[in-house]
Design a protein around this ligand. Structure first.
Ligand code: ADP
Length: 454
């Protein structure tokens, strides 16, 4: 072979090697572009932080040839430790029980030093992972049960400016030295992208929380102003009549005095009802509603509540309609009376033109349906669904103010639902309203026994 031929052959070999190398580089570049593209897609589309982190980790492991498993950790400033927010190859539920201190295990160490790290041998990888405190030992064992021994790893910190956010760790389970320095540099760039998104997501969450808070504050302010107004009306009346009665120079007849005292008495009842509703509502909000079930004869409860209500109104007439053989219910009689009282009170308040109020009970399938029907102002269809929301009140257009807290129906709903029943209303504006509630025939005690045996 001439020298010239040898040179040509060498050149061919060199260019073939070049093509192979260039080919490998192109594949690697394509892979990285794909990773960036997929990462960006997840960052843009996924709004929920934890779902986003889990997807990002899966995407990295899928698109990066060297990565077989991994975990993503975020720093929790409230306890100064790292918490797993995403994992592949590990048991994520078990991994979430770990709280890694800065310096602990591979992720904790990189978080502490803030420097990305390559682990090229199985020994170095195992040594870095083994540095686990006894408190985390059991959870770590459980989390790594299905994971074979990692042979190499790469770990990069998630940092923006001064803020350390967390750590991303990828493992290779097939061969040592599988991650290169280029891989690490590339991963750090992806990690920076992820970090910015985490910061954005956190800011978004904080903003949403602030908005919710300001909505809650707005509702609270509205409530206070409504209550102040509702209380001022009866108080003004009480003050006016009592001042009049106390004036020395006035000489009211005993009938007028009696009338004034009657008004004062009624307005005190209004105030008492408002305060009772408020207290009840806060008890319910605190989850302190307690039911004391016992055998209940519903017609008797309804009769007693109706008699009581009838004493407060001479204008309305009441009709009770219950079948003789209505089964005895297993319920809290005081609470059921409270529901009926709220419904009857409304039937009276919102029937200014007087009229008949019918309280009816009947058995339908495996429940008792109770209804309270009036001939009052009725409720427009668009308001029917909102009646049971706290503080919701319809402007009645009655031409006068009707005192109320907007809490009677929400309280009734909680009581009925705690008994396993439902409550709803049917009405047409101007044509009266009917409120219904159901109570299951399998009462509270039975249900309690069933759930205890479950
Ligand atoms: P309150 O009566 O103290 O305002 P409720 O929660 O008992 O509070 O009722 C909420 C609203 O539902 C009332 O403000 C009223 O607009 C409407 N409502 C309730 N019952 C009736 C009824 N029988 N007829 C007409 N409207 C009613």
């Amino acid at each position: 072979m001439s020298d010239q031929t040898q040179v040509i052959q060498d050149l061919d070999l060199a260019s073939a090697n070049c093509v192979t190398l260039a080919g490998a580089q192109t594949i690697e570049q394509d892979q990285r572009l794909l990773t960036i593209f997929e990462t960006a897609k997840i960052l843009v589309t996924e709004r929920e932080l934890e779902a986003m982190l889990q997807k990002l980790l899966s995407c990295l492991i899928e698109t990066l040839e060297a990565a077989d498993a991994g975990s993503l950790w975020l720093y929790d400033p409230s306890d100064g430790r790292l918490v797993a927010k995403g994992a592949q190859g590990y048991d994520l539920a078990a991994l979430k029980h770990l709280r890694l201190a800065p310096g602990e295990a591979m992720s904790g160490r990189v978080f502490q030093t803030e420097h990305p790290q390559l682990y090229s041998t199985p020994e170095a990888t195992a040594a870095a992972m083994a540095n686990i405190t006894p408190a985390n030992g059991e959870s770590f064992k459980a989390a790594t049960t299905g994971l074979s021994q990692p042979l190499s790893a790469v770990c990069v910190p998630l940092i923006t400016g001064q803020t350390k956010v967390g750590v991303l760790t990828l493992l290779n389970l097939r061969q040592p030295a599988s991650f290169t320095h280029e891989d690490m540099a590339f991963l750090q760039r992806v990690a920076d992208l992820i970090t910015i998104s985490i910061e954005n997501a956190r800011l978004r969450e904080e903003l949403e929380a602030a908005q919710t808070l300001s909505e809650a504050n707005r509702l609270k302010a509205e409530l206070i102003s409504t209550l102040a107004h509702e209380m001022r009306t009866p108080l003004t009346s009480i003050k006016g009549y009592s001042t009049a009665l106390l004036m020395e120079e006035s000489a009211f007849s005993s009938e007028t005095q009696q009338e004034f005292l009657q008004i004062i008495d009624e307005e005190c009842d209004v105030l008492q009802d408002l305060i009772r509703d408020l207290l009840e509502s806060s008890i319910i909000d605190a989850g302190l509603l307690k039911l004391e079930p016992q055998p209940v004869r519903l017609p008797r409860v309804a009769q007693s509540v109706t008699n009581d209500m009838a004493r407060h109104t001479q204008k309305h007439r009441f009709l009770l309609d219950f079948p003789e053989d209505l089964p005895i219910l297993d319920a809290d009689p005081d609470r059921i009376a409270q529901v009926l009282r709220n419904l009857l009170d409304n039937a009276i308040k919102y029937s200014p033109q007087e009229g008949l109020v019918v309280v009816r009970g009947e058995v339908r399938e495996n429940e008792v349906v109770v209804s309270v029907a009036d001939q009052g102002v009725g409720i427009a269809p668009e308001h029917l669904n909102r009646l049971f929301e706290k503080f919701f009140r319809v402007k009645t257009g009655l031409g006068r103010h009707v005192v109320g807290s907007g809490l009677g129906l929400p309280i009734a709903r909680t009581i009925v639902e705690s008994h396993g029943g439902r409550i709803w209303a049917e009405s047409h504006s101007g044509q009266g309203s009917t409120f219904y509630f159901t109570l299951p025939l399998t009462g509270l005690s039975q249900k309690r026994e069933v759930s205890q045996n479950e």
